[in-house]
Design a protein around this ligand. Structure first.
Ligand code: NAP
Ligand code: MN
Length: 265
């Protein structure tokens, strides 16, 4: 078994990474930066997003494991004092592989189309003023949006930015994308639905922004400012992200622990 560690960079995460390397070497688990099968993220959910984007082009060949060094994470479910147990399990048993849907974002410009993946969400905002955009669903006009921005989230990202916007929490077994609004302006010209919309796996949406607008785009934590975008197509990716699970910790238990604070028995 080959592994690599991505850590948050703080002293505790770095120390845990060193501890993991020592334990792994003693248990016949090999450190391999080029061709890992397991990617261990030590830090928070943000660290796992970073790990995901680092190994995005090998997404079908890797499985992620998250160790949290802060509060419980959605992607990080092992505690700092459980490293030994985790290494024993990696060395001794086959994990259950849990696969979550991803969002595919196609950015169309005059020069061509670039494709990006998001684990949490894709975000679009205006840079200089409010965002003005037409939203099409399956190539038909759905609404004219004017406001701060639009967030298109995956099911596992539904507990992140999407939740702050009043979007629903979607179980990651439901292959879908959710479109949520950030502060839409509603009047006779610009009228949006107001509630968030969940698209199934075989649907797509296009966001066509008014020309000459500078846009702030983000795939998860990765931001870019662009002024060359003609249209953006969002759909459920044909790829999924894999997590290696050695013990059960269901999505609804994570939700309960993170947001309601009740302990899981
Ligand atoms: P950050 O500002 O540290 O992240 C914001 C918070 O979101 C952190 O507490 C992070 O957990 C948590 N988080 C990340 N993914 C999550 C998920 N799938 N479910 C529940 N909580 C999640 O920035 P970051 O760590 O680089 O994370 C980037 C993410 O921040 C974006 O993908 C977006 O979802 C989120 N965000 C949220 C808002 C908002 O709610 N108003 C605004 C901008 C961005 P950790 O502390 O464990 O990293
Ligand atoms: Mn963070």
């Amino acid at each position: 078994m080959n592994y690599v560690i991505v850590d948050r960079g703080d002293p505790l995460s770095k120390q845990l990474a060193e501890q993991f390397h020592t334990l792994a070497a003693a248990n016949g688990i090999h450190r391999n930066e080029e061709a890992p099968e397991i990617i261990i993220s030590i830090g928070g959910d943000g660290t796992l997003l970073q790990a995901f984007h680092t190994y995005c082009d090998r997404i079908e060949d890797v499985a992620f494991i998250g160790v949290h060094t802060g509060h419980l994470g959605f992607y990080a479910d092992w505690k700092a004092d459980e490293l030994e147990e985790l290494v024993q399990m990696i060395a001794g048993q086959e994990p259950r592989i849990v696969r979550y849907p991803l969002a595919q974002i196609e950015l169309e410009t005059k020069e061509g189309t670039s494709t990006h993946l998001a684990l949490n969400e894709f975000t679009i905002k205006g840079v200089d003023n409010t965002l003005v955009a037409q939203i099409n669903i399956n190539d038909e006009l759905f609404e004219m949006f004017r406001g701060d921005g639009i967030v298109v989230s995956t099911p596992s990202g539904s507990t992140a930015y999407n939740k702050s916007l009043g979007g629903a929490l979607i179980h990651p077994s439901i292959e879908s994308l959710q479109i949520a609004e950030i502060a839409s302006i509603n009047n006779r010209v610009y009228r949006t639905l107001g509630s968030s919309v969940v698209l199934p796996q075989h649907h797509h949406c296009d966001i066509i922004s008014r020309k000459e607008q500078r846009l702030q785009l983000a795939c998860d934590h990765l931001n870019m400012t662009r002024s060359d975008i003609i249209a953006i197509r969002c759909r459920v990716s044909e790829h999924k992200v894999s997590f290696a699970r050695y013990r059960p910790f269901t999505f609804w238990n994570r939700v309960r622990e993170a947001f309601l604070g009740y302990d899981v028995q």
